[in-house]
Design a binder for this molecule. Sequence first.
Ligand SMILES: NC(=O)C1=CN([C@@H]2O[C@H](COP(=O)(O)OP(=O)(O)OC[C@H]3O[C@@H](n4cnc5c(N)ncnc54)[C@H](OP(=O)(O)O)[C@@H]3O)[C@@H](O)[C@H]2O)C=CC1
Ligand SMILES: CC(=O)[C@@H](O)[C@H](O)COP(=O)(O)O
Ligand SMILES: [Mn+2]
Length: 381
Amino acid sequence: MKQVSLLGATGSIGLQTLEVLRLHKDEFSLYAMAFGKNIDKALPLIEEFNPAIIVVQDEMTKDKLEKEVNHSRIFSGSGGLIEASVADSVDVVVNAVMGSIGLPATLKAIEAKKSIAIANKETLVTAGHLVMDAARKHGVELLPVDSEHSAIYQCLNGESSKDISKLLITASGGSFRDKTRDQLKGVTVEDALNHPNWSMGAKITIDSASMMNKGLEVIEAHWLFGIPYDQIHVILHRESVIHSMVEFVDRSVMAQLGTPDMKVPIQYALTYPDRMELPITEQLNLEQIAALHFEKMDFERFPCLRMAYEAGREGGSMTTVLNAANEEAVQLFLEGRIDFLDIEYLIEKELSKHQVIHSPDLSTILSIDKRTREQVRSHLK
Ligand SMILES: NC(=O)C1=CN([C@@H]2O[C@H](COP(=O)(O)OP(=O)(O)OC[C@H]3O[C@@H](n4cnc5c(N)ncnc54)[C@H](OP(=O)(O)O)[C@@H]3O)[C@@H](O)[C@H]2O)C=CC1
Ligand SMILES: CC(=O)[C@@H](O)[C@H](O)COP(=O)(O)O
Ligand SMILES: [Mn+2]
């Protein structure tokens, strides 16, 4: 029986992870769960799974929760996420929190030699070098949950990265894929949250609409698979049926296909190197789909993708700034305080004035992350 620590249990990935655990009760048990502030969503999960450790975002939420449940091990904050990740009984940590808040817990879980199923792409974008160095040092393999990276991982099937000619990451185009830049002026939060293929949390859905999601995924792929940026291509694929591809040096191309359902990569990360049945996911019906389409990416139409490649190639603290500025700008858009096009404007502003620091350590990363968020918010005044 594998004991799971699930960070971000009340979110889109978290709830789908719990669906997988329900399906395989003899294989997995929930040892720890972390969430932010959403007590209403968490209470029935606590009752159902009875985790030994519960973590919430802050002390105020902890106080509220303690009035609702009689539980002796409720923790809060980043320290709480670490507690849930390193507990002796934990075998696998599923990191599905949103944002760079997931970084310290990922590093500590690696040090504690836990298996890590990583959905939290912001951790790799903000500090990929620290995460991958720690993983190498402690002999821990990160199992990707992000659909594109799970696809690449499945295509590679243990093959050496020296045999890769390029990675082809597919992009649906997001909710505004058929709008011109002019038509993006004045789009609403509701419009942006209307993803054509996937049902996901709010932040990643906005990232998908701005194409920053693909930019973050390029950087995530660079770190997970050790592939230079020139060999990572993004291709527009409206159907989200091919989740990504690998071209090898002999021109053979492997693709992974499936219905757009995150339970597939979540379960694969949990059961790797084995596979288990997943009857709650629809089968792919290619006859019904009939045709798959591919288009070249337009970097002028999607400047967030261009900025992500530029920041990734620059390296060091530049991707920390990219991620923090994006997280903060997306939050402001979701709060209705800035327009959609201001997201890319604010990110570009932060990137253009940042003096890159190469190989930043954890405390430098955390302070650049904090400063960048403050600077983005300061433009509102
Ligand atoms: N959703 C998807 O299909 C995919 C998501 N991902 C990645 O997975 C991660 C999670 O995405 P998604 O599930 O969509 O996000 P959601 O916003 O749906 O969920 C985020 C989860 O993190 C919790 N959380 C937020 N802040 C904190 C905090 N400070 N401390 C503890 N818990 C916190 C939330 O709790 P609360 O509910 O209380 O706010 C919630 O449980 C992201 O990095 C995303 O990019 C990658 C591929 C696909
Ligand atoms: C499900 C998943 O992995 C998301 O990251 C998804 O890829 C978003 O879709 P697009 O960013 O391609 O619109
Ligand atoms: Mn993805």
